[in-house]
Design a binder for this molecule. Structure first.
Ligand code: GLY
Length: 337
């Protein structure tokens, strides 16, 4: 992480001290070469994504980014990897169903021009992110839901498929016999895939897609299709994405908050930490659920932070292809909803 915090630590002064000295945040981010101050060079391309299943998703996105392709194409193709994988039980095909046995999917996408597309409560369509992109590019709307979203997908040549795999159906049957009717999140150290990328041209885009909480109420929609909650991109500033308990992310408009904090001069890491703190301040029960944020700014600097330990994320740039554990607020590692 190339955070401003670390840079300022090296200077041995605090942020307030810098402002007293009249040093603007953007000045603090400049490097000094001899007597000349020059703007920090952007690292690009960069792609970051949530959870272990994001690593192969990053590999797919990297093919596009490395060859000079558009961040939008990279994130759309990247998140389709877990969407199509029947062994990933929290995204797309193979996702765990709601409490009535229906797999319902939420996805959104945002490009470098601020265009956005989203689908929610979509059933029977394996790659909802592709439908979200079509909503963005081919309709006058941002969001389609439920049967309307499915009808639109069919009109664009998609086929309805049964997304409930045998493995997921067996888990649902077992859950019904336990019958405590509580939704679950992060039971297997994963949840939504959120991915944001910066391409060689210096443009940002992002995508986010999930089957949401296992055993949720029929009709429940989480943060993943909500522009500003689980995903936000501002090409002048940066991009952010979220995973975890969608209700907490929606109520604090997490991704938008992070991008606005970066606009005010916070590093991606600082912005993620402040946004997590906001959730903790507003939720006395925050010890019992997980939210994780990722952020990427226009310079290619990244941030990652979560409420609980165990939030894995993936970061690729020309110098590294890494899977890391995010810094976190509590040590408890609670996995319940
Ligand atoms: N973050 C996924 C959800 O709450 O549905």
């Amino acid at each position: 992480m190339g955070s401003r915090r670390k840079f300022i630590k090296k200077l041995g002064v605090t942020l307030p001290a810098l402002s007293i000295l009249g040093v603007q945040a953007c000045e603090a981010e400049k490097e000094t070469k001899g007597a000349v101050s020059v703007s920090k060079k952007a690292i690009k391309p960069v792609v970051i994504s949530t959870w272990k299943f994001g690593f192969p998703a990053n590999e797919k996105a990297w093919e596009t980014l490395e060859s000079g392709g558009r961040a939008l194409d990279a994130v759309e193709s990247g998140v389709q990897v877990p969407e199509s994988d029947p062994n990933v039980s929290s995204v797309g095909y193979g996702g765990l169903p709601d409490r009535d046995g229906n797999v319902t999917l939420d996805s959104c996408i945002m490009d470098e021009s601020g265009n956005a597309g989203s689908v929610a409560f979509l059933q029977g369509i394996k790659n909802p992110i592709r439908v979200a992109r079509l909503v963005m590019e081919k309709t006058p709307h941002v969001m389609l839901v439920g049967k309307g979203a499915q009808d639109y997908a069919l009109s664009q040549g998609f086929k309805v498929e049964d997304l409930l795999t045998e493995k997921a159906r067996k888990r649902w049957e077992k859950w019904k016999t336990d019958a405590n009717y509580q939704p679950e999140i992060n039971v297997e150290d994963h949840d939504t895939i959120g991915m944001v990328a910066l391409d060689k041209n210096g443009d940002l885009s992002g995508a986010c897609t999930t089957s949401g909480l296992a055993w949720k109420m029929h009709g429940r929609v989480g943060d993943s299709p909500i522009i500003g909650a689980a995903l936000y991109v501002d090409n002048e500033v940066g991009a952010a994405t979220a995973t975890g308990k969608g209700e907490a992310v929606i109520k604090t408009v997490g991704a938008f908050l992070i991008v606005e904090l970066m606009r005010q001069g916070k590093s991606p890491q600082e912005a993620c930490e402040i946004a997590i703190q906001r959730i903790i301040d507003k939720n006395p029960g925050s010890k019992n659920f997980q939210v994780g944020y990722l952020a990427l700014n226009k310079q290619g600097e990244t941030g990652a932070y979560s409420i609980q330990k165990g939030f894995t994320y993936n970061e690729f740039n020309p110098d590294k292809k890494e899977q890391n554990q995010a810094e976190h607020y509590y040590e408890t590692g609670v996995r319940t909803y």
